[in-house]
Design a protein around this ligand. Structure first.
Ligand code: XMP
Length: 326
């Protein structure tokens, strides 16, 4: 029967057989799938693997640090981080349309990755051992689903950051192709990956870029990152991580509301909490969070995050509301 140790041993053998002495490239997103796939490949072929992590500036608080420090420390993978924060801000300047934002973020991600890839390919070729393989964290449900789009795919273009250009000259290495998500998490734990990465709830590829209703700016990202970190911290502290599927935190940057804070009247932005319960994200219900947890999150956000003077709760199920606001 199923045992993560056996699966690891079996995949390590397979990867070695496929890759031989070849060099391998992997794009890390900070999510579970790419992290576990890369760790398996590293276990199999060590420093024949190089990982690329694009910091597009749309990450949540602490995520880059988790990858660069905790993940690297626990796996030993060779990691190249590309700081593309300014590039994404420039590309998103003035853009408010959700679909437009998704397209731009997907496009910039591919361009950024391609530039890094060119450098690494050239470097490896100069070394006499070209990069011929690319790791993808494809899971069994992705395999089954491929070809037919999902219902939501017709409404929003989904970009898996890590979703890569189609004309790449690489042979794919897909060590998670036969696995379900919970199995991938078990393997990640067995491989000793950081709990924050292995247990991470779903997070969209376009990141915080589609959780700011309005134009994405550096200031707004900072506000949202702070509010999101508070919400996550309080949900974890209340022991609710298993109960919720995910809880997007959304900044209504194009809306202002009046408040009284300290001595004066303020004109700030509302933050939306969108806790949902779900099996597969195709349908979802809003999670009935305890009032005292909601109160703590609201108090802390309005006290600690400048420019936010109101916290509201999204009580819409999916359908009709999607999980993300954009
Ligand atoms: P929606 O908003 O369509 O989201 O109800 C369903 C699930 O998908 C996640 N999501 C994305 N994941 N790239 C991703 O990898 C994306 O572009 C994207 N958009 C939404 C969302 O967080 C939820 O879990």
């Amino acid at each position: 029967d199923w045992n993560s140790g056996n699966v690891i041993a079996e995949q390590v053998d397979r990867i070695r057989a496929q890759v031989g002495e070849g060099r391998v490239l992997c794009a890390l997103s900070g999510g579970v799938d790419s992290a576990v796939a890369a760790a398996l490949v590293h276990r199999a072929v060590g420093d024949q693997l190089v990982c690329v992590f694009v910091d597009h500036g749309l990450l949540r608080k602490g995520e880059r640090d988790q990858v660069e420090n905790d993940y690297v420390a626990s796996t030993g993978v060779r990691l190249v981080t590309i700081d593309a924060r300014q590039r994404f801000l420039d590309a998103l300047a003035g853009v408010r349309d959700p679909e437009q934002k998704r397209k731009i973020i997907g496009r910039e991600f591919i361009r950024t990755f391609e530039a890094a890839e060119r450098d690494l390919v050239a470097e490896a070729a100069a070394d006499g051992e070209p990069i011929r393989f690319l790791v993808q964290g494809t899971l069994y449900p992705d395999v089954v689903e491929s070809g037919g789009g999902t219902g939501t795919a017709n409404i929003k273009s989904h970009h898996n950051v890590g979703g890569l250009p189609e004309d790449l000259q690489f042979e794919l290495v897909e060590p998670l192709r036969t696995l379900f998500k919970d199995e991938v998490r078990a393997i990640g734990r067995e491989l000793g990956l950081p709990a924050e990465i292995v247990g991470r709830q779903p997070f969209p590829g376009p990141g915080l870029g589609i959780r700011i209703v309005g134009e994405v700016t550096a200031d707004r990202l900072e506000i949202l990152r702070d509010a999101d970190a508070i919400a996550r911290e309080e949900l974890t502290r209340a022991g609710l991580d298993q109960e919720i599927w995910q809880c997007p935190v959304v900044l209504l940057a194009d809306v202002r509301s009046v408040g009284v804070q300290g001595d004066g009247r303020t004109y700030g932005h509302p933050i939306v909490l969108r806790p949902v319960s779900s099996e597969d994200a195709m349908t979802a219900d809003w999670t009935r969070l305890p009032y005292d947890v909601l109160a703590r999150i609201s108090n802390r956000i309005t006290n600690e995050v400048r420019e936010v003077n109101r916290v509201v709760l999204d009580v819409t199920s999916k359908p009709p509301g999607t999980i993300e606001w954009e």
